[in-house]
Design a protein around this ligand. Structure first.
Ligand SMILES: Cc1cc2nc3c(=O)[nH]c(=O)nc-3n(C[C@H](O)[C@H](O)[C@H](O)COP(=O)(O)OP(=O)(O)OC[C@H]3O[C@@H](n4cnc5c(N)ncnc54)[C@H](O)[C@@H]3O)c2cc1C
Length: 566
């Protein structure tokens, strides 16, 4: 017999992106069902190690940042990135990144000055997902169904019927929802069903990864441990991540462009060259994975009531550790749009913003990641034979290479631009005012209130983070007012007339920076600037209608979209 379920939003996939989306939606008062193939408690692959500051800001708002911060590497384990001739060899240079014990207080490092209340965090996905899952399970309004695979869906004017199977008893499952979001990863069924295809560069690099246990390795290090240790020698180059900070490690052996056959490389030999250990060194393989780094972005993120987020929508070589983080940003972009639509304060046209805003950003990030991977490949090519030579000549070579590796890689490991620099152009929900947003790179950014940019963070005089003082889930827009003499009642009245949740927040911040060069700024629920001004506009209702997507054209059907894109 078929089991029938219903929810306002069905999320396919309980990976980090699906779980974050589900928690945020539920906290916004939406009834959410998540389906997941894996068993409850089944760990994911040992992949992601870097949780960006921007994702940690999201987790702070969702009430799970501290639990995540407390998990992963030991509190005093350095989060540095070390460049060495081998993991147990000579050190060339080191990017200092504070251990989590000092993460909130450290100064002087390349990422310690960032304008945020939540600096980045280093934690492997195998530790991160169980914390997120537990938080999701404890969130009212959120149900998770493990061992349920979604295979198909059909849409009509009022909603979506999804069909799947309970993998334990083989029973068919039908789910009625108003919106469906595919967070079902790289092989996404939902992506295929909405007719999206991936475009970009099929092969950027090949990597042979080994997750292993080696309790003796820490004791063989000649330098303090690091979170990531890159080995550069003429025999084999690779990167090794400390997973539990004691005995488990993840090693990536980067193949040369001409090494197209994974099996042609002796895995054990390569591991020993990267670690710098002899045949008598013992390690136990926990799992192996051979994978291809790509740069692929879907040509559409939506078909009417169905959306895709995360790896379902884009895949790229994990330089800067930004696959999951970009997926979480997708999810936070979509969550408030769906919630606003379901609560009735956003118009149908608002939903077009997700693809309009996120697709160009993921395209940009994918290019940053690919270009970085190619630059790193050039560093690995032609490693001097005498890089391990003792004495002044070797020292000079190591110092030069160490500096070059630092200069290149501080850009990916302290990727301020990816966190804070991106901005939404061409959105139907943003009131642009003609000023161009500052350009950004992977590393560099300029905080700005140009509409579309991230709402610049600042510390209020009462010690709170601006983000803590702004609207929480369940609320909506925040009107930041830097001059209490400005009458904002007409704007508040216009918002109320349309049911748009808008709360005025008077900002008292002596350090209020020059960046806020307009006394009024409207920040969206996802902390992007929607509008700014010196005074409430004469037609406040028109502004409110623009913000809520009522000024935009109605969302086209998939057929219309295809026609116009041809
Ligand atoms: C070596 C490596 C290192 C990385 N390092 C980083 C990093 O440091 N930082 C970072 O941000 N990213 C990193 N990434 C990328 C990151 O791991 C992924 O981007 C992230 O896991 C994507 O999350 P997701 O939730 O979109 O998809 P997934 O994690 O793939 O989750 C999808 C879920 O959907 C489920 N599912 C699939 N199909 C169905 C279906 N039909 N029905 C129900 N459930 C389904 C799956 O079982 C799975 O649990 C790395 C990737 C690799 C390979």
């Amino acid at each position: 017999m078929t089991e029938q379920l219903q929810a306002q939003v069905l999320i396919v996939g309980a990976g980090p992106v699906g779980l974050t989306l589900a928690i945020d939606l539920a906290q916004r008062g939406i009834d959410v069902l998540v389906t997941e193939i894996r068993h409850r408690g089944e760990p994911p692959n040992v992949k992601c190690n870097h949780v960006a500051a921007r994702s940690m800001e999201v987790f702070r708002r969702l009430g799970v940042a501290q639990a995540l911060r407390d998990a992963g590497l030991p509190a005093d384990h350095p989060n540095d990135v070390a460049y060495r001739t081998a993991v147990t060899g000579m050190e060339l240079s080191r990017i200092p990144i504070p251990a989590r014990r000092e993460r909130y207080t450290a100064t002087g490092g390349p990422d310690t000055w960032w304008p945020t209340a939540e600096p980045p965090h280093r934690i492997n996905q195998i530790f991160l997902e169980p914390v997120l899952f537990a938080h999701a399970e404890a969130t009212p309004g959120l149900r998770i169904r493990n061992r349920t695979r979604i295979d198909d869906f059909e849409q009509d004017d009022e909603g979506v019927w999804a069909t799947g199977v309970d993998l334990d008893d083989g029973r068919a499952v039908r789910i009625r929802c108003q919106y469906l979001v595919g967070c079902d990863g790289s092989r996404s069924t939902v992506r295929k069903k909405i007719g999206a295809s991936l475009h970009g560069t099929d092969v950027v690099g090949r990597v042979q990864s080994t997750y292993f246990r080696a309790p003796a390795l820490l004791g063989l290090l000649k330098h303090p441990p690091a979170w990531a240790t890159f080995a550069l020698n003429p025999r084999r180059c690779g990167n090794v991540y400390a997973i539990d900070g004691r005995e488990t490690w993840l090693l990536h052996n980067y193949l040369l462009p001409e090494e197209t056959d994974f099996d042609s490389i002796d895995r054990d030999w390569a591991i020993r060259q990267i670690l710098g250990v002899g045949d008598d060194f013992e390690y136990e393989v926990i799992s192996n994975e051979d994978w291809v780094g790509r740069r692929l972005v879907a040509d559409r993120f939506r078909d009417r009531r169905v959306f895709i987020c995360g790896d379902a929508a884009h895949l790229w070589i994990p330089m800067a550790g930004y696959g999951m983080n970009a997926g979480i940003a997708d999810a936070m972009n979509l969550s408030w749009l769906l919630a606003g639509r379901l609560h009735g304060w956003l118009a149908e046209g608002a939903l077009a913003a997700h693809e309009a805003e996120r697709q160009p950003i993921t395209e940009q990030v994918s290019r940053f990641a690919m270009n970085h991977a190619l630059a790193l490949q050039r560093q690995r090519e032609g490693v001097p034979e005498n890089i391990e030579a003792p004495g002044p000549e070797g020292d000079a070579l190591r110092a030069a290479r160490g500096q070059a590796l630092y200069d290149l890689n501080v850009q990916q490991y302290c990727c301020g631009g990816l966190n804070f620099g991106y901005f939404y152009e061409g959105s139907p929900l943003i009131a642009y005012d003609g000023e161009v947003a500052p350009a950004y790179t992977m590393y560099e950014f300029t905080p700005s209130t140009v509409p579309g940019c991230r709402t610049p963070h600042l510390w209020l005089d009462d010690g709170r983070s601006l983000y803590d003082a702004m609207a929480m889930p369940g609320e909506g827009y925040t009107l930041l007012r830097f001059d209490p003499a400005i009458d904002v009642a007409p704007l508040e009245a216009a918002a109320a007339a349309r049911g748009l949740p808008l709360r005025t927040l008077d900002i008292r911040a002596s350090a209020a920076t020059a960046v806020y060069d307009r006394p009024l700024v409207i920040s969206r629920p996802d902390q992007h600037v929607a509008w700014r001004g010196h005074a409430v506009p004469s037609d406040a209702l028109a502004l409110v209608d623009l913000l809520r997507g009522a000024a935009a054209v109605a969302a086209p059907t998939s057929e219309q979209e295809r026609e116009t894109s041809q």
